[in-house]
Every structure is written in structure tokens, then in C-alpha cells.
Design a protein around this ligand. Structure first.
Ligand code: DQA
Length: 138
């Protein structure tokens, strides 16, 4: 069974309550519970942190043994050279996901330090983007 980590960054613990017109009204925990039935062939894990260092530690921890990482780094996408360097340093492929269409939003969201290091990028499909990313590992 392929082992896949979904890794969410800052403020994504507030999904369901945070700007529902942008990010929807479902919590990530409730959404995550629906995934094993959709992907019985994948062994799924989930981790969220608001702390850049904790995200780095998790990438280092799983990044040489897991088969894939689905990463929504939230606002760190647009700021973090350290997360980009971590993705370069690990061997597990990383798919970058954004719930909203960042290219239809403020200019500061148009640049991603992660995109050049990602195996693929899925943007603007709501929570369904995580499923699209998971499908790429089947
Ligand atoms: C986001 C987009 C980012 O610009 C923002 O900072 C987030 C969420 C998304 O999933 O649409 O926190 O990554």
C-alpha cells in the first residue's frame, strides 16, 4: 500500500470557519474522514501545523520513506525558501495544492516558492483538489 501524507500549513486548521466564501464550510477533519473510502488502495496520514519549523520537521520525517506528500503550505507558499529547500532535499514527490485559485486573488499569492520543486500543482478546485492530487499516486 502506498503511504501518502496530506500536510496542511498555517490557518488551514480553521477550514470550515475561515472565510467560507473562499475556502468552503467543511472542516478538514470531516473531509479527511471521507478519503479512505474513496482511496482504499492508499494508506493516508494527515498533519497540520501553523509553524514553519514543524512543517519542515514533518517533511524531513516522512520525505525519505513515504510514497507521496500532498502539501498545502498556506501562506508559507508565498514566503518560505526553507520549505522549498526541504522539498529539494527529500526524495518523496510533493504535489502542491491550493483550495482557492490563487491566481485570481491578490498579486502576492501569484508567486509560489514551492511550485518549481513540486511534482505537480492543483489550484482552485476547493477541497476536491486534494482528491485530484491523491489520484496522481494511484
Ligand atoms: C491557500 C492559498 C494561500 O494564498 C493562503 O495563504 C492560504 C490557503 C489555499 O489553499 O487556497 O492559507 O493555500
Amino acid at each position: 500500500m502506498k503511504r501518502i501524507l496530506i500536510l496542511n500549513g498555517p490557518n488551514l486548521n480553521l477550514l470550515g470557519r475561515r472565510e467560507p466564501e473562499v475556502y468552503g464550510s467543511q472542516t478538514f477533519e470531516a473531509y479527511f474522514e471521507t478519503l479512505p473510502a474513496l482511496f482504499p488502495e492508499l494508506d493516508l496520514a494527515y498533519f497540520q501545523s501553523n509553524h514553519e519549523g514543524a512543517i519542515l520537521d514533518k517533511l524531513h520525517e516522512v520525505g525519505f520513506s513515504y510514497d507521496g506528500i500532498v502539501l498545502n503550505a498556506g501562506a508559507y507558499t508565498h514566503t518560505s525558501v526553507a520549505i522549498a529547500d526541504a522539498i529539494s532535499g527529500i526524495t518523496t514527490p510533493v504535489i502542491e495544492v491550493h483550495i482557492s485559485n490563487v491566481h485570481a486573488r491578490e498579486a502576492f499569492r501569484h508567486h509560489s516558492f514551492i511550485s518549481p520543486k513540486a511534482a505537480g500543482i492543483i489550484v482552485g478546485f476547493g477541497l476536491k483538489g486534494y482528491e485530484l492530487a491523491l489520484r496522481s499516486f494511484l
